[in-house]
Design a protein around this ligand. Structure first.
Ligand code: DX5
Ligand code: ZN
Length: 223
């Protein structure tokens, strides 16, 4: 079974509450909130203020993908919004294990984000002991609507071997679709962030899009 988190930076912000309700009803398993600082990535996306409203609007798990430099400055205010998990880019902090510990001290789950250029040696035993998910970027961080980076498949495969029998999920973020999910699932990915490539699309309902994404592995197995 796979899980689908809806990337809310891709939804219609004018009707955010309705979008959350519709996505929940359509069967998404959680929400993925991208927060950017315009410095680590040249974009902004959503805000801590949005999180307070999103938390009130949904009982589903909320993950925050922090694309900001020096994230330790914001962990306390993020924790106060009631979110479930914070993903950190290791290249944004001097000591990412310390930031992950800070996240855990608030009783929040922690994850590490691996951008396409980040090597796996960041995954020390100490880091691995603090996280429950590794978020593998299949695109460069910062923008929706980008093309799938093919090397992601080999990276997920290698990550599966590194994580071996640890209770750590592999989640993929970026260009997630009915084409990429089966390939990545085969290599060990079990959680997926769905944005414009697989969920927020013209003339297909959220219900049908999520159903197609979840069934893409079943159809692939039959194949
Ligand atoms: C990009 C974000 C993703 C993005 C996914 O930096 O992390 O969540 O919104 O959207 P698509 O599916 O368009 O790549
Ligand atoms: Zn993201």
């Amino acid at each position: 079974m796979i899980s689908i988190s809806a990337s809310l930076m891709c939804c219609n912000p004018l009707i955010l509450g309705e979008e959350i309700y519709q996505l929940q009803e359509a069967g998404c398993d959680g929400f993925h909130i991208d927060i950017m600082d315009g410095n680590f990535v040249q974009n902004f996306a959503m805000s801590i203020r949005d999180l307070r409203f999103i938390r009130k609007a949904s009982y589903l798990p909320i993950d925050v993908h922090l694309m900001i430099r020096d994230p330790s400055r914001y962990i306390a205010s993020l924790a106060a919004t009631g979110i479930d998990r914070i993903f950190i880019h290791p290249e944004t902090c001097d000591d990412c294990a310390a930031v992950l510990q800070q996240v855990r001290q608030f009783g929040i789950k922690a994850g590490i984000v691996l951008s396409p250029y980040v090597k796996f040696d960041i995954l020390t035993n100490q880091v691995l002991s603090l996280i429950d998910t590794v978020l593998v970027m299949a695109v460069s961080p910062g923008f929706a609507g980008q093309s799938f980076i093919p090397e992601t498949v080999g990276r997920v495969s290698m990550l599966s071997r590194i994580l071996d029998n640890r209770q750590i999920y592999i989640e993929v973020d970026g260009a997630v679709s009915t084409r990429t999910i089966p390939i990545l699932h085969d290599e060990g990915a079990r959680k997926f962030v769905a944005g414009t490539s697989g969920l927020f699309k013209e003339n297909i309902s959220y219900y049908q899009a999520i159903k197609d994404l979840k069934n893409s592995i079943a159809s692939q197995n039959v194949g």
